[in-house]
Design a protein around this ligand. Sequence first.
Ligand code: GDP
Length: 367
Amino acid sequence: MTNAIVCQGCGVKIQTEYPDQPGYAPASALEREEVICKRCFRLKNYNEVQDVPYQDDDFLQMLHQISETDSLIVNLIDIFDFNGSFIPGLARLTGNNPILLVGNKMDVLPKSVNHNKVRQWLRRSCKELGMKVEDVQLISAAKGQGIEELSAAIDRMRKGRDVYIVGTTNVGKSTFINRLISRTHGVEDAITTSYFPGTTLGFIDIPLDEESSLFDTPGVIHRHQIAHYVSDNDLKRITPKKEIKPMVFQLNDKQTLFLGGLVRMDFEEGERSSFICYVSNDLSIHRTKLENADNLYNNHIGELLSPPDETTLERLPEWKTTSFRIENHKTDIVISGLGWITVPEGSVSVTIHAPQGVKVSLRESLI
Ligand code: GDP
């Protein structure tokens, strides 16, 4: 361990030379007992987040340091955005240390969801993507659900070793770590939490006992998380904060659904069917005839069809269309970070229009 001064907000190494680089604090700040970097200072005092000049590769490089250790990896993912929060190559990057997968934000899933089914789905999805996990736990860091069970699982699995908490930005890692800290040390808000991607930098060391520690690692930024394309206000609207109320739409073919003005689904062909939308309750959904969809969009984007607000509209990439033909199984069309639409079994053709870079994928229905 070096004697470098680290930010008490996010753990990044403090430097006093480059105001636009991570970890900057004015030299005068070093005299204070608790030094925080400029970024955390602004976040704390002005609720304002600065862009992080780290690139995805730097984060992965930092994660790679874990491969040199003998430890337990706790990988936090967002149940609501599995694709956006899965880290490809994590097992390799962390040197094949055992991985405990934690699905966070379980409070947003409808109560009717079977937790065992979610656990199995998470385990299966990881396996399909080449990552073997030793155990899967579900929690709500915000509500404090499942934390006791998770702590017990960590203690059981770490066998005296260090623990590294890893996750992409926005999965709720800061919220989770804060909870752990307040459980063990009774300190509230020891690190930064926020809506905004990229607010956790550097490794934060939380002692577990005399010999071992729990380390909070930087959040990996994934460009295809929709969070990176929308304004702070819109991010608040599309991020579900409580149990999602599924919205059911009986559609005939040649009808269109708009999820705000961010995503559009055209029901091209098939019998009259019910489509169920699982998105934030604050995102309004509009139905129209396919032939009127372009007009509705052109005349009402940013108003009736909102979000996007003006800031998001400036940033949002062009729509990319993807067509699916769904047969046999009840299927979820997942729009990374925004939610999913469940399509009934039968023969159905749909086209999804979503901002370029935001991943759209299919999975067997979760519910
Ligand atoms: P980080 O970037 O991974 O450190 O994520 P944060 O802890 O800053 O959380 C990102 C967003 O997710 C914030 O808006 C949190 O309020 C929200 N969040 C975190 N944990 C939960 C949870 O268990 N349930 C819900 N509904 N939201 C959560």
